[in-house]
Design a protein around this ligand. Structure first.
Ligand SMILES: [Zn+2]
Length: 247
């Protein structure tokens, strides 16, 4: 089976680049899009991450109210562009439960929501990370807690990639051009495909995410991810704005 991946950007802003690149890029800026990914060609309606809309981002915390976010489309409009409504989402994969990835989770009222158990457990007791996890965003939803690797259907596999978040998961998607991974950690393409000679690049040509719970785990996850696919799609890359379908 081969699938297509349709990135649907809800909003974006010009952000500090250091959010993406560990010990590098501080004081520089990068466009960070907030994205819902539609998997075309599956037997059910499957999306990856439910994302966040401009107004919800600005209202999330008083400190965010002056962010210069650019609205692209609502969650409903994004899904309508691929021919479905939030009610018609059958499976929602949450790469992780940071608020910007799951704010629309409960609008998918009929969806089974696939989350790694490790992520759910951490998100319910996040201590220093409490600001980025809000249980009311998923409480009462039909969550299915996944432990480890999991095949949604042949050609669509969840792969745990802890490090950025406690229980992050990537989605490996079989496409005509090979296996494409939706990264499962907040990164731009530069993290996986850094410039030659970049001072912070470790071996395996890996530039760690700027926001990390555990750097060693993130590194191992990036390495594992690279070994399992032909191409990696970072969750917050500026190029996503072009909305090109990946097939
Ligand atoms: Zn993120």
């Amino acid at each position: 089976m081969s699938f297509e991946i349709v990135p649907l950007t809800l909003c974006y802003y010009q952000a500090e680049k250091g959010y993406m690149t560990y010990m590098a890029g501080y004081g520089q800026s990068i466009i960070r899009p907030f994205v819902v990914w539609f998997i075309r060609g599956a037997s059910k309606n499957i999306i990856v991450d439910s994302g966040i809309e401009t107004q919800d981002y600005l209202a999330y915390h008083p400190g965010f109210k002056d962010l210069e976010l650019t609205h692209v489309q609502s969650f409903e409009q994004a899904l309508a562009s691929v021919g479905i409504t939030p009610e018609q989402v059958d499976v929602l994969v949450q790469t992780h439960l940071h608020f910007d990835h799951c704010h629309n989770l409960k609008r998918c009222v009929n969806a089974e929501v696939l989350v790694q158990k490790a992520e759910y457990e951490f998100a319910m007791d996040p201590a220093p990370f409490a600001g980025i996890y809000r249980p009311e965003l998923w409480e009462g939803a039909n969550l299915r807690l996944i432990e480890g690797e999991y095949e949604i259907e042949p050609g669509l596999t969840l792969l745990p990639v802890p490090g950025h978040a406690a229980g992050g998961q990537a989605v490996l998607v079989e496409t005509k051009s090979g296996i494409v991974a939706i990264a499962g950690m907040c990164t731009s393409q530069e993290n996986f495909y850094p410039e030659a000679g970049h001072p912070m690049v470790g071996d395996e040509n890996t530039l760690l995410p700027g926001i990390i719970l555990n750097a060693r785990d993130a590194y191992e996850s990036m390495k594992r991810l690279r070994s399992r696919c032909d191409r990696i799609l970072a969750l917050h890359d500026p190029d996503i704005l072009q909305q090109k379908i990946i097939s």
